[in-house]
Design a protein around this ligand. Structure first.
Ligand SMILES: [Fe+2]
Length: 242
């Protein structure tokens, strides 16, 4: 599904274009190179692959940039690695995969208890092909993508910022959603104090398109939704959760 010039939605359980447990999976086509933002849950990655093929030759896809290592965003990573596609992980999220598997499993089980995953689904751990550092520029053909580290939802989560010819685009994973909702969870790694400390990093980006990992996305005035989250987090009440 085309969202913007060279930006496509290729996975989403909520929209109904891939497995119902997939987060939104975005494809960025930079011309001679292409990447995904997140991989989906991995229950039926072929649906995502088929959607990718509607827009680009599959061979053009070189990498997946993960926002964080919750299962709905990264469970399908191994399915793409089998095809030679590199999976890049924010550095602190990669550390969780090696040093804090218990936390990941606890968060996963709490989400599974809430119906976020089917009872017979097991999270597939994977080895990152590379780690990404904050402010490292990621070149995708004609585009340059800047990772921005924000804590609160998961300790090492990266939002990805892309200034295209016509829009400023922010892929937010589970950090910020439309109408200023946040992704605070009752599980290891999620922390309201950290949300409050880091949200200001998004204040001056003049975002047009706000492309989160769930719920509705917008292609105009995205900064208003982000500013709402910043405002919500400046007040004493716990902000609305997505
Ligand atoms: Fe998440």
């Amino acid at each position: 599904m085309k969202l913007l010039e060279n930006i496509y939605l290729v996975g989403s359980g909520e929209i109904g274009i891939s497995n119902k447990y997939d987060c939104h999976v975005y494809l960025i086509d930079g011309g001679d190179d292409a990447v995904l933002i997140d991989s989906g849950v991995g229950i039926d990655s072929n649906q995502i692959i088929n959607n990718i093929k509607e827009h680009i030759p599959y061979e053009k896809l070189s990498r997946i940039l993960l926002t964080h290592v919750h299962a709905d965003h990264c469970g399908g990573a191994v399915d793409f690695q089998k095809n030679g596609i590199k999976v890049l992980v924010p550095d602190e999220e990669a550390q969780l995969l090696t040093n804090a598997r218990g936390d990941i499993i606890e968060a996963f089980k709490l989400a599974q208890n809430a119906g976020a995953y089917p009872n017979d689904y097991n999270f597939k751990f994977f080895e990152p092909d590379n780690v990404i550092l904050e402010n490292e520029k990621i070149i995708v053909g004609k585009y340059e993508i800047t990772p921005i580290h924000l804590r609160g939802h998961s300790p090492g989560l990266f939002c990805y910022y892309l200034k295209s010819e016509s829009e400023n685009i922010l892929f937010t994973g589970d950090q910020v959603f439309i109408n200023g909702a946040i992704g605070l969870l009752n599980c290891p790694g999620s922390d309201l104090n950290e949300y409050r400390q880091d949200i200001g990093k998004l204040k001056d980006l003049s975002v047009d398109a706000l492309l989160p990992g769930h719920r509705l996305f917008v292609v105009k005035n995205g900064q208003q939704h982000i500013n709402q989250a910043i405002s919500n987090l400046s007040q004493v009440f716990v902000p609305a959760i997505f």
